[in-house]
Design a protein around this ligand. Sequence first.
Ligand SMILES: Cc1cc2nc3c(=O)[nH]c(=O)nc-3n(C[C@H](O)[C@H](O)[C@H](O)COP(=O)(O)O)c2cc1C
Length: 373
Amino acid sequence: MSFNTFGHLFRFTSFGESHGAAIGCVVDGCPPRIPLQAADIQKYLDKRRPGQSRFTTQRQEPDTVKILSGVFSDERSGGQLTTGTPIMLLIENVDQRSKDYSEIKDKYRPGHAGYTYDVKYGLHDYRGGGRASARETAARVAAGSIARKIVPGLSVRGALVQMGPHKIDRARWDWNEVDNNPFFCPDPVQAKFFEDYLDGVRKAGSSCGAVIEVVAEGVPAGLGAPVYAKLDGDLASALMGINAVKGVEIGDGFGVAALSGEDNADEMRMGNENKPVFLSNHAGGILGGISSGQPIVVRMAVKPTSSILTPRKTVDRHGRDTDIVTKGRHDPCVGIRAVPIGEAMMACVLADHYLMHRGQVGEGTAWPFKPGT
Ligand SMILES: Cc1cc2nc3c(=O)[nH]c(=O)nc-3n(C[C@H](O)[C@H](O)[C@H](O)COP(=O)(O)O)c2cc1C
């Protein structure tokens, strides 16, 4: 099975399955002399970790990361630093319960990857989806925590802005609230409502979808390229590559179709720091595939969890009609734990583009140019 590697200059290859011994990744291309401790990675893995509230799966995975290579520490370095060599990160699986899946061993979960995986590879890893399980996303979050250190001054934050059909009130957006509720929701009023809503979904044995918004600030202007490495194209690919994501929007996304040219124009004026100030950000921080220096704003739509208790019609591996009920431990709304995963993939794309930009144009141009140059 190929295609397990992300990126060009900042690269990682992930490995492992849901019910295997361990998962992890090898990060290659990280520049040397960047301070890196396991705690820097653990902080983000803890955000994605299951079993932290009644609203996520009760699988108890501590997701403790070990750095097996690529770092060095001695009295001269003043702390543990990256060496520029491959960084191997290992996370052991400790709470697999394969028997939860024994009743549906030969059946495909509608909405899950079982059928397509089996048709392609002739294998049906019914124990949580094998490689198609979102356990793999722990590796992405681990790699993302290193990526965050590569672009100087970069901040990447995500938030849940819709659960099922219920949107937040953007007028109440407060980033400080995101870590104060189990949903990573920036609207404290709607977060309270989500508790009752999701309790209802969970008790009914059902599931619901969500929309996640990820915002990157401190992105220098100039990352990306105008044709086959458009920053928006690479972000869309990276976010769409997350399990259960079915839609990605950048800036106003699908909403731009309804805007007039006047309304959509992000007008410009010169600011105080010899940089332009944009008077709006419909473009989501990317113009012509290249970052403008404005915040990069991306949203992803996450589908409802396929594992539900309501019986659904399906077929089995032997080509027979049957019904399926998926018991076991599942997130009623996988969108919640997708928030740190979206942040991680945004950070990885930006780190990769930052290194490619530096490789091609070095320090960059001296904009604004003097008249006549
Ligand atoms: C954090 C996270 C946890 C997930 N947990 C489950 C789960 O418990 N049960 C399930 O059916 N799908 C779960 N999924 C979604 C599946 O991994 C995904 O739907 C499946 O691999 C098929 O891929 P696709 O939805 O991208 O087409 C989860 C997704 C994420 C992001």
